[in-house]
Write a protein that binds this ligand. Structure first.
Ligand code: GNR
Ligand code: NI
Length: 166
């Protein structure tokens, strides 16, 4: 296993749209193992492959207190069941260190994904799981939580991030 480097905003590679996983092979297992190690190492509750410069539709998560409940979502998708039911949550992102923003998202969603063997699942996640699921799918679409805030605020975060690189 290996820890992977996490891309940070405004790296243009975070804007790439990930491709569906078609082969459920050994290399997929290795990617998910490395992503889990990276997520745990950075104290994150979720990680999308895009964040480690792998542009495939792979997400890992662990929302448990004890960090002993790793979840793998291959080709995750969701549809909004009720666009009037919203949930606000202060979100952070490993690709935008130091930034936390209150984001409002649909609360009632139906989630679809495959497991590491390609088996299909669906569920109606709630609360933090529903938030995290949408946050990670945003990454696979090249979308970041700064896209939900004002352009002025986003520009400030971008300038600060560019300064701290040098
Ligand atoms: O570690 C993370 N915490 C978090 C908190 C609230 C809403 C979403 C998240 S996901 C984030 C890890 C991350 O950047 N995943 O892409
Ligand atoms: Ni994130």
């Amino acid at each position: 296993m290996a820890r992977l480097k996490i891309l940070t905003f405004p790296d243009p590679r975070l804007r790439r749209v990930a491709s569906p996983v078609k082969e459920f092979d050994k290399s997929l297992i290795k990617i998910t193992e490395n992503m889990l190690e990276t997520m745990y190492g950075e104290n994150g509750i979720g990680l999308a492959a895009t964040q480690v410069d792998i542009h495939k539709r792979i997400v890992v998560m662990d929302l448990s207190e004890e960090k002993n409940n790793p979840k793998i979502f291959i080709n995750p998708e969701f549809k909004v069941l009720d666009d009037k039911s919203l949930f606000s949550c202060e979100e952070g992102c490993l690709s935008i260190p130091g930034v936390r923003e209150e984001i409002t998202r649909p609360d009632k969603i139906k989630a679809y994904w495959q497991d590491i063997d390609g088996k299909n699942y669906e569920d109606e996640p709630e609360g933090l799981l529903a938030v995290c699921f949408q946050h990670e799918i945003d990454h696979l679409e090249g979308k970041l939580l700064v896209d939900y805030i004002s352009p002025l605020k986003r520009d400030r975060i971008r300038k600060k991030a560019l300064k701290s690189v040098i």
